[in-house]
Design a protein around this ligand. Structure first.
Ligand code: SF4
Length: 481
């Protein structure tokens, strides 16, 4: 569903991807194909029908999936375009000012194209901001207010349930391709990083019971999901709020949960893991092959002074020592992270600490943002904001260093035999990912020889033949499993 994507005024499933705990510098990722596939599966004549425009991070995408799952269970159809929808839900992102502007623009487009619009998501926490710009929206609800969104849909488009045809697909309604799925394990965050307004919008940490997470994962795997992407605002903190309670044989602690998820046989990838000491207990699970050897850790900076001014969790952690300890346990561990340059007060010397740290840390994948004020963030009031041209110049230096590291790391993979998961197949090649690559944010491995017969979700062994700055190329060595 592609907002602003032209053809047929289709809606967008993923608009502007950026999230606080792991911001990506990727451009908008628009995927009309997914919605089309979903609609082919779900729509019937005479059904009350809604459309959804889902903006923001994977966590918001999971919220959209939940809303659609509930609506499907109640008998609603889902439209891939504005014209076919009786009303449109816009799930907004409000993390950065650019995301807010994008959300307002999406709401305006939905009003123009359809006219009956319900707004939800992060920006829904500021209803007057939305109604000030778009007084004609039917309702505004905040993040995770599923019941209120459903109430608003019921009011706008009354349900017409038919128990004989309204059976849910086993995996619920999904906006990601069939073979991978995000798995949200908690909501909210107990930290107060000064550049972030997520805790104000989403509240304090609320963990899902471990048995519920594992059951959802089991259902997904039964429905054909081959890769589970574990997400939350702070994955390492999972279960803290419920004192790591054990219920029905499952303990709410990230190490236990990772082990339980790993036992399901799918790839398990951990996102937004903070470098708390118990992360060392996760890494052996990676060395054993239970969980993918991949950690997405939003370090954001390396200079202790900047980290303190950011009020980052684990600011005092000796991250280089931790990284060395993890690699000693699991040498193939791939590390991904995101950074902010030009944070208020960042001096050239502090920036140099970050560059030196990056050189030593040799991260596999990095994203980097130039600091920008967000309405309501405490960092706005800090002294010594960095001029835009300095931010840009630091960003360029940072990205150049990161690119050199990435290139060298990928070049070292030429000749290796790697397992990959297939994402797409076209007449030219199969687009795959190695264990070191998360969907949407990392690189690809393109198989242009021996890919005939492969299908999305297949896992095969590939010999790497060529490496670029961010991607690999290779030939298939095995049949799919
Ligand atoms: S407050 Fe910090 S740890 Fe919490 S969501 Fe924001 S950036 Fe992440």
């Amino acid at each position: 569903m592609a907002r602003g994507h032209g053809a047929g005024n289709a809606l967008s499933s993923v608009g502007w991807i950026a999230y606080v705990a792991g911001m990506t510098s990727n451009p908008p990722d628009l995927r009309p194909d997914i919605a089309q596939a979903m609609v082919r599966e779900t729509r019937r004549d005479g059904q009350p029908t809604v459309g959804i425009v889902s903006l923001g991070c994977p966590k918001a995408l999971v919220d959209s999936e939940r809303i659609l799952t509930r609506l499907r269970a109640e008998g609603y159809g889902i439209s891939p375009d504005y014209a076919g929808a009786d009303a449109v839900i816009v799930n907004t992102c409000g993390f950065l000012d650019t995301a807010k502007a994008e959300s307002l623009e999406a709401i305006g487009e939905a009003l123009n194209e359809n006219g009956r619009v319900i707004v939800t998501g992060c920006l829904g926490a500021e209803p007057e901001y939305i109604t000030g710009a778009h007084p004609k929206v039917l309702a505004v609800t905040g993040p995770q207010q599923y019941e209120q969104v459903l109430d608003a849909v019921h009011a706008a488009v009354p349900p017409a349930p038919d128990p004989f045809v309204d059976l849910l697909p086993a995996s619920g309604v999904k906006l990601t391709p069939r073979h991978y799925s995000y798995l949200k394990i908690s909501e909210g965050c107990n930290h107060k990083c000064k550049f972030c307004i997520i805790p104000d919008m989403r509240g304090r940490l609320v963990s899902r019971p471990a048995h519920a997470v594992v059951r959802e994962a089991e259902r997904l795997v039964e429905a054909g999901v081959r890769e589970l992407l574990v997400i939350s605002q702070d994955t390492s903190a999972y279960g803290l709020d419920i004192r790591h309670a054990e219920e029905r044989g499952y303990r709410a602690h990230i190490v236990d949960l990772a082990r339980d998820l790993g036992a399901l046989g799918a790839w398990v990838r951990l996102h937004y893991v903070y470098p708390y000491p118990h992360v060392r207990d996760l890494v052996p699970l990676m060395a054993e092959g239970l969980v993918l050897p991949y950690l997405d850790i939003p370090f954001q900076h390396a200079d202790p002074g900047v980290l303190r001014r950011m009020a980052r969790p684990a600011a005092a952690a000796k991250t280089l020592d931790e990284i060395a300890a993890w690699r000693a346990i699991c040498p193939e561990l791939a590390l991904r992270s995101t950074f902010i340059v030009g944070y208020p007060g960042e001096t050239e010397a502090e920036f140099q600490v970050l560059l030196d740290w990056l050189e030593e840390a040799q991260l596999d994948r990095v994203g980097c943002f130039q600091y920008e004020n967000v309405k309501g963030a405490r960092s706005n009031g800090l002294p010594d904001h960095v001029p835009d041209e300095v931010k840009r110049e630091r960003w360029e230096r940072f990205m150049e260093a990161a690119q050199q590291i990435s290139e060298a790391k990928l070049a070292a993979k030429v000749g290796q035999h790697l397992q990959v998961i297939v994402d797409e197949v076209d007449p030219e090649a199969a687009t795959c990912r190695t264990m070191a690559d998360a969907p949407e944010i990392d690189g690809n491995l393109f198989v242009d020889q021996g890919f005939e017969g492969l299908a999305p979700g297949d896992i095969v062994t590939v010999e790497v033949e060529e490496a670029g700055e961010y991607d690999l190329w290779g030939r298939c060595l095995s049949s799919p499993r």
